[in-house]
Design a protein around this ligand. Structure first.
Ligand code: B4P
Length: 190
């Protein structure tokens, strides 16, 4: 099964992706984690993306599409992938569909995590205080939420048109959200 975890920044995509990996043995493909690893390694690409991420903007499509393309073999080997934080633009969604089609595969379901803006701010502020991730400060968070609303939320009709979208209440505890995702996945035919 290939699934997309979809939602605004701080909605719990990464948190739930890791739980799904533990439960189902799928592979997590997180563009956010890949970009942070490139920054930590101080690679040429990391140096390009660091200021973009720190400002709360989206990294150029060609960079994140390239990162996902490099990791598609892992998804094949694991029998499916959890796309976490990707796609975030229509160009990324179309590229992903093309890559999967070329491998005789497809997205089976898009899980949309519903969390209100006040709870998002509370979560990322909490993480900022604990971990100091530069893009979690309240000002940058506003930019990230703006990017989500302007560039990523317009993908919802794309997946609705493909009848792949399932909304899940993301406001509960991590366990409650995992349980809701589990029930949503039970209804997916692959
Ligand atoms: P990401 O790394 O994808 O980060 P995110 O959207 O903030 O996080 P996520 O929704 O995964 O939240 P998490 O589980 O961590 O992106 C970071 C940046 O990378 C972007 O702004 C962009 O610049 C760049 N980028 C990444 N992918 C890109 C792409 N495809 N195209 C262009 N640019 C891209 O949870 C957040 C916090 O909430 C944590 O502290 C967690 O513990 C807490 N939490 C989670 N679930 C909770 C729950 N149920 N209750 C209470 N707290 C909870």
């Amino acid at each position: 099964m290939n699934l997309i975890l979809f939602g605004p920044p701080g909605s719990g995509k990464g948190t739930q992706a890791k739980r799904l990996v533990d439960e189902r043995g799928m592979v997590q493909l997180s563009t956010g984690d890949m970009l942070r690893a490139a920054i930590a390694a101080d690679s040429p690409m990391g140096r390009i993306v660091a200021p973009i991420m720190a400002s709360g903007g989206l990294v150029p499509d060609e960079i994140v599409i390239g990162l996902i393309a490099e990791r598609m073999d892992e998804a094949d080997a694991a029998g499916g992938a959890i796309f976490d934080g990707f796609p975030r633009t229509l160009a990324q969604a179309e590229a992903l569909d093309g890559m999967l089609k070329g491998r005789g595969s497809r997205i089976d379901v898009v899980i949309r995590l519903l969390v209100d803006d006040a709870a998002l701010l509370e979560r990322v502020t909490g993480r900022f205080e604990q971990q100091g991730r530069p893009d979690d400060n309240p000002e940058t968070f506003k930019t990230r939420l703006g990017a989500y609303n302007a560039q990523t939320a317009p993908l919802l009709p794309y997946y609705e048109g493909q009848e792949k979208l399932k909304a899940v209440d993301g406001m509960g505890s991590m366990e409650a959200v995992s349980a809701a995702i589990r029930s949503a996945l039970e209804t997916v035919r692959t």
